[in-house]
Design a protein around this ligand. Sequence first.
Ligand code: GAR
Length: 201
Amino acid sequence: MRIGVLASGSGTNLQAILDADLPVVVVVADRRRAGALDRAEQAGVTTAVVDRSEYLPDRLAFTEAVVDALGDHDVDLVAMAGFMTILEKPIFDAFEGRVLNTHPSLLPAFRGAHAVEDALEAGVRVTGCTIHVAIPEVDAGPILAQEAVDIRDGDTAESIHERIKEVERRLYPEVLARVVADGDVRVGERNRDRRAGSGGS
Ligand code: GAR
């Protein structure tokens, strides 16, 4: 299995994925100054930049360029790791059921680009992270794994996000390793097994 990672930021999740020796063949960033690009280069992994500022406001053309960059490297599993541009339908057609994402909340709570700030603002005492199959609807799609993170007195969005990222850096590589070992995301099959185990209802 050949993984393409999509990243925008510092790339600490990408680093965890690389450290887990997962078969990453390309890292695609949506901006030139993503720290993830440096991490990929350090690890000897090919990088590509599809600069979103050059496509604004055309997200469809941007998405097609991302699909092309992944296709150039025969990717068969896409892992979004802090990718901050919304992608359109072409990527979900090209890699149906094979685009994964990590999101810093317990979905379906707190979708969107400000999940940690929104959880803090809402006053919840528990948030967390979700690894899921991405679909065209943002921060939706079958959930593969979740883990809770407490919100403590005196926390800031930064301190919560750092604790969430510690969990993501363990959980995301674990999920990806499982998918690589299975050779497929196998969400449907797991759900069928679960239903069968509970009497099929
Ligand atoms: C992670 O917490 C990830 O869940 C979040 O960006 C961070 C990336 O950190 N993604 C989103 O918010 C997507 N909507 P990193 O650059 O250190 O891996």
